[in-house]
Design a protein around this ligand. Structure first.
Ligand SMILES: NC(=O)c1ccc[n+]([C@@H]2O[C@H](COP(=O)([O-])OP(=O)(O)OC[C@H]3O[C@@H](n4cnc5c(N)ncnc54)[C@H](O)[C@@H]3O)[C@@H](O)[C@H]2O)c1
Length: 441
C-alpha cells in the first residue's frame, strides 16, 4: 500500500520504518528538518532498538522517503497516518494545534484529489476530537464529504519507547475507530495491518479515542499501586515486596483479569471495604503515604452519591429497588452499597419498595441480619414479594444487582416508568419499554 506518515517523532518514525519493512511504499513528512536530514541519508533521527537497520533498509531499497511537501505526500498515497505531537497545555488538556494544522494541510490536497483518501489519526486525543473537530476541518476546507470522498479513522498507538519496533510488530491489540461499521476507511486500515497478528477491535471512533486514555491511566495506576504496596511492605516488615507482587500476579482469575473492570456500581461486601480500611490504617500507623489506596473509599462514595443523584434527577418519588446484596446469587448484604442509597432516599421522604430474593423470608440470620437491622431497621416494611409487585408499585426501578430474574424487567416496564440501571442488566437500551438510564453508560 502507499502510505504517508505525517509527523516523524517516536510514533511516526517507528510506524514509517516498520510499514516500509512490511513492503509498503512510505512517504514520511515532518516540519522539522532535524528529523528529515538523517532520514534522507538512511539514518534514524531517534534512538530505538532495531530502528536504525529498518530505516537504512527502507531508504536503501526505495520504500521509505521523506518530504516537507503535503501535496507530494497526500496526492501520491492511499492512506495518511497522522502522528504529530499532542503535548499538554497548562490546563492539562492536550494541545491540538498540530493536529488541526495537519488537517488543514491534508484538506488542501484532498480538495484536488479524485481518488478516495483515508486519513488515520494516531496521535492521542480526547474522545470527540476526530468527529467534532478534525472531520469538520477536513470537510470544510476540502469541500468534500467524509465517508464518500475520503474516509477517517482513529487508530491508537500502543508502542512503548525502547521496545517500539518489537511492539509495532507484536501489539497487544489493534484498534480501529470508525464512523460506521465496516467503513471503507476501516477496511483500508485493516488491510494495512493484515499481516500483523493481534486481536483486532473495530469500534466507534469515540471508543477508540478513549481506549488509549483508559490504557494509560490504568498503567499509571498499576505503577502507583505496586509502589504503595511495596512501601507498606517495607514499613511493616514484610521481607520482600517483590515476593508479594509475584504471588499477587499468579491470580489471573480475579487480579490480572477483566474481572472488576466493568463500569457500574460501587464495591461493597464483607471484605473489600473492611480490608481497605485495615490497609489505610496500616499506612497511617507507619506514616507511609498511600494516596492511591486511600482514594478508593472516597471514589466508591462518589459512585454511591452518583446513583442517588441519578434517582433524584428523574423527579420520580416512588422507587422500587431490585436486589440488596452487593452481587447476585449471595445473601451477604454486609456493606452492600445499595443500602446506603435506600437509607438516603428514605431520609428524603421517597416511597420505597424492595425486592431481593436472597434476603427475603427467614433465611437471613447472624451478621447479615444484624447489619440489616442496624442499617435499615424498617427493611421489613419495605419488602415487596416479587419483581411484579415492584413493577406495579414503582415509578422508578433501580436495578442494584445483576440477578437473572431482573434481566427482562426493562422490557416489561410501562412507558411512563424509568429504570436506573447500576449493573448493566441490559446491554441494549432500546430493549427498555420505558426510559432507561445507565449509571456510567
Ligand atoms: N511516544 C510514545 O511512546 C507514544 C506512544 C503512543 C502514542 N503516542 C502519541 O502519539 C503522538 C505522537 O507522539 P510522539 O512521541 O511521536 O511525538 P513527537 O513529539 O516525538 O513527534 C511529533 C512530530 O510531529 C511533527 N510535527 C508537528 N507539527 C507537524 C505538522 N504540521 N506536520 C508534520 N509534522 C509535524 C514534529 O516536528 C515531531 O517530529 C502523541 O499524541 C502521543 O501522545 C506516543
Amino acid at each position: 500500500m502507499r502510505v504517508s506518515v505525517l509527523g516523524l517523532g517516536y510514533v511516526g518514525c517507528v510506524s514509517a520504518a516498520c510499514l516500509a519493512e512490511l513492503g509498503n511504499t512510505v512517504i514520511g513528512l515532518d516540519v522539522d528538518e532535524r528529523k528529515l536530514a538523517p532520514l534522507r541519508e538512511g539514518r534514524s533521527p531517534i534512538v530505538e532498538p532495531g530502528l536504525a537497520e529498518l530505516v537504512k533498509r527502507g531508504v536503501d531499497e526505495g520504500r521509505l522517503s521523506v518530504t516537507t511537501d503535503y501535496e507530494a505526500a497526500v496526492m501520491n498515497t492511499d492512506i495518511s497516518l497522522v502522528c504529530v505531537g499532542t503535548p499538554s497545555t497548562e490546563s492539562g488538556s492536550p494541545n491540538l494545534d498540530y493536529t488541526r494544522r495537519v488537517c488543514s494541510q491534508i484538506a488542501a490536497v484532498i480538495a484536488r484529489k479524485d481518488d478516495f483518501h483515508t486519513v488515520v489519526f494516531r496521535s492521542t486525543i480526547p474522545p470527540g476530537t476526530v468527529e467534532d473537530e478534525m472531520i469538520p476541518i477536513l470537510e470544510k476546507e476540502s469541500g468534500k464529504k467524509e465517508g464518500r470522498d475520503f474516509g477517517v479513522c482513529f487508530n491508537p498507538e500502543f508502542l512503548r519507547e525502547a521496545s517500539a519496533v518489537k511492539d509495532f510488530y507484536n501489539p497487544p491489540k489493534i484498534v480501529i475507530g470508525e464512523r460506521e461499521e465496516k467503513s471503507r476507511a476501516g477496511d483500508v486500515l485493516a488491510e494495512l495491518y493484515e499481516t500483523i497478528d493481534a486481536p483486532l477491535a473495530r469500534v466507534a471512533i469515540r471508543v477508540s479515542e478513549m481506549v488509549k486514555y483508559a490504557d494509560n491511566c490504568f498503567h499509571a495506576l498499576k505503577v502507583c499501586f505496586a509502589n504503595e504496596i511495596g512501601n507498606l511492605c517495607k514499613a511493616v516488615g514484610v521481607p520482600d515486596s517483590h515476593a508479594v507482587m509475584e504471588v499477587f500476579c499468579l491470580d489471573t482469575q480475579l487480579t490480572l483479569s477483566p474481572y472488576y473492570l466493568k463500569p457500574g456500581f460501587a464495591f461493597g461486601g464483607s471484605c473489600l471495604p473492611k480490608d481497605l480500611r485495615a490497609v489505610i490504617q496500616m499506612s497511617r500507623e507507619t506514616g507511609v503515604d498511600c494516596p492511591v489506596l486511600s482514594a478508593a473509599i472516597p471514589s466508591n462514595e462518589v459512585q454511591i452519591a452518583r446513583a442517588i443523584d441519578l434517582i433524584r434527577d428523574t423527579g420520580k418519588r416512588k422507587v422500587g429497588v431490585l436486589g440488596m446484596s452487593f452481587k447476585a446469587e449471595t445473601d451477604d448484604i454486609r456493606e452492600s452499597p445499595i443500602i446506603q442509597v435506600v437509607s438516603t432516599l428514605i431520609g428524603k421522604g421517597y416511597e420505597l419498595c424492595i425486592y431481593a430474593r436472597n434476603i427475603s423470608g427467614p433465611g437471613l440470620f447472624g451478621s447479615n441480619l444484624g447489619f440489616l437491622k442496624h442499617e435499615l431497621p424498617y427493611a421489613e416494611t419495605l419488602k415487596a414479594e416479587s419483581v411484579d409487585e415492584v413493577l406495579e408499585r414503582s415509578e422508578l426501578i433501580v436495578v442494584a444487582n445483576p440477578a437473572d430474574e431482573f434481566r427482562d424487567v426493562a422490557g416489561r416496564m410501562r412507558a411512563d416508568q424509568v429504570m436506573v440501571d447500576l449493573v448493566r442488566i441490559i446491554d441494549d437500551p432500546s430493549e427498555a419499554t420505558g426510559e432507561y438510564i445507565g449509571i456510567s453508560w
